[in-house]
Design a protein around this ligand. Sequence first.
Ligand SMILES: *[C@@H]1O[C@H](CO)[C@@H](O)[C@H](O)[C@H]1NC(C)=O
Ligand SMILES: *[C@@H]1O[C@H](CO)[C@@H](O)[C@H](O)[C@H]1NC(C)=O
Ligand SMILES: *[C@@H]1O[C@H](CO)[C@@H](O)[C@H](O)[C@H]1NC(C)=O
Length: 373
Amino acid sequence: GVSPIVYGIENIFKEDLELDRQLKLINKPPVKTIHTEHGDIVDCIDINKQPAFDHPLLKNHKLQEKPNFQRPIGKISGKKLSDRSMFGFDKHHCYKGTVPILRTTKEDLIREKNLLNNSIFVKDISGVHLAEIAVSSKFGPYFSINANNIVYNPTVTKGQMSLSHIWVQNGPINTNNKISMGWHVSPELYGDYDTHEYATWTSDNYHRTGCFNLRCPGFVQTHSGLHLGKRFTNVSFYGGPLYSFRSSISQDPLTKNWWVGIQDFYIGYYPAELFSNLGSADKVGLGGRTSTAPGSPSPPMGSGHFPGNFFHSSFFDLIFVQNASRRNYGPEKYQTEHYLDKPKCYGLKYFGNLHQNVGCALQFGGPGGNCGD
Ligand SMILES: *[C@@H]1O[C@H](CO)[C@@H](O)[C@H](O)[C@H]1NC(C)=O
Ligand SMILES: *[C@@H]1O[C@H](CO)[C@@H](O)[C@H](O)[C@H]1NC(C)=O
Ligand SMILES: *[C@@H]1O[C@H](CO)[C@@H](O)[C@H](O)[C@H]1NC(C)=O
């Protein structure tokens, strides 16, 4: 027989070949490569050859370059809650006809295997906790949610994740179709403890689908400067300046594709073909989530402070949704449902409309700790 050592080496060799094979599928030949000041490698890929088009459901997909709507929300005039700045845009853009895609390395693939199989988006899983509101299905269906998301950098350890997001969803639990976008800290995904912008989708409640960013084909990137997985160069901190970005998920009225927006830009979209049941959203919502290995303490959520002082606790403001009227309006308190599974660790407070420059606002988050499963 083969000696165990030779067998072991052969196995490692096989795994290596398999990783190389995966990388070749994920990383398309770049037209140009950008090395960012933070050490990320961003490849500019022909827009028609991006990973999304490897998806079997997108074989006949017609690329949509721009949404068939204006910015989802009009400018709010006057001084805002804070002198919020945006995270720095990269100075480098890809050429016209190409789109930026974060390069995946072998180390990324190896590290990601340690991402807990239990998705942070699935309810009632030990180690996963949430502080969110949903706008009730009683007043739907919905076609857009957008809100101003304050960016923090909660301290997590290996194997943990902490996020702040907006989402749209539809369907019974087993075939839940959902899109979530926002920021998160995930050492397994990025190999660092920085805050990154992300988006993710599922058509089966994160059973077989549900990768982040471009790890599985699906998201069609259209913007030439902003990419999924982007690192925030500046984050808010307790008592310090606040950094935020307007985030949106909106359905295109003609193509039914779901566009993901940041500030005044659209990064790209999730094609309608990917979903089994997202012709509209029966619920939309927002808030925070954390995950940790079952039985271990949970990381902080948001700023790490409970709702209370507006400048200490994390919050969303200028929250708008669109129902079948396709007009933006702020959800009333009575239209919302609250999901807070560990009030000892996190808090949640929805204010409804505070008027002036804040509009509808939600506070959420807390220190985490020994929350119990
Ligand atoms: C995740 O699930 C896959 C397939 O069931 C398994 O091979 C892998 O070991 C699991 N990973 C972890 C970290 O539990
Ligand atoms: C981000 O922080 C750096 C260093 O503190 C600062 O120089 C820069 O101006 C900040 N950027 C923005 C957009 O505020
Ligand atoms: C949408 O919501 C607005 C504000 O609550 C309401 O006036 C309108 O009737 C709703 N439209 C539909 C079609 O439900």
